[in-house]
Design a protein around this ligand. Structure first.
Ligand code: SF4
Length: 182
């Protein structure tokens, strides 16, 4: 246990599809758990870092102030930080709102849109709710990112190639056929 590398993962403004792809490495998970211990992650339900991580995997872009805080916490606590998937790399689907003023988005969602509930037309606001940012930011605009795994989601084979390469200290280049951008 002591010589296992520590890995942490998080989903910011993402759909958990990238985490599903991580789990899709299937039987190689058995090899992975011989090499690593998952610390802070939705996979363990550990909410705070209990020790420094060798690798941090970030799914999703940054859409609110809580995402900023969590991403900075990952940067502080991880030796290597990886943007996993298009949302982390360039904002992805949530960034479709970037060309629309934030007020217009909120009004459409909560006041005027067809799903706004009659009689409950207020824009939610509370000190405990994360504050939505003016736009959705890719992770590298908030903190330094060391590696990028493209795809929506990146394939399980690409994630495995990156993880096993980093863990063995032999990550040179990733096989081109595993890299896709959709
Ligand atoms: Fe989901 Fe695709 Fe974004 Fe990953 S990149 S969080 S799969 S939408």
């Amino acid at each position: 246990m002591a010589d296992k590398k520590v890995v942490a993962t998080v989903s910011l403004a993402g759909c958990f599809g990238c985490h599903m792809s991580m789990l899709d490495i299937d039987l190689r998970l058995l090899d992975l758990v011989q090499l690593v211990r998952f610390d802070r992650s939705p996979l363990t339900d550990i909410k705070k870092f209990t020790e420094r991580a060798a690798i941090g995997l970030i799914e999703g872009g940054v859409c609110n102030d809580e995402n900023v805080h969590v991403l900075r916490e990952f940067r502080l606590n991880c030796d290597v930080l990886i943007s996993v998937g298009e949302c982390a790399i360039m904002g992805g689907l949530p960034a479709l709102r970037n060309d629309i003023p934030l007020r217009e988005c909120l009004e459409e969602a909560y006041l005027t849109g067809p799903t706004a509930v009659q009689g409950q037309r207020i824009i939610p606001h509370h000190v405990d709710l994360p504050k939505i940012l003016d736009r959705v930011y890719p992770c590298h605009e908030i903190v330094k990112i060391d590696y990028y795994l493209p795809g929506c989601p990146p394939s399980a084979d690409l994630i495995w190639a990156a993880l096993s390469g980093l863990l063995s200290g032999k990550l040179d280049t990733l096989p081109r056929e595993l890299v896709k951008y959709d």
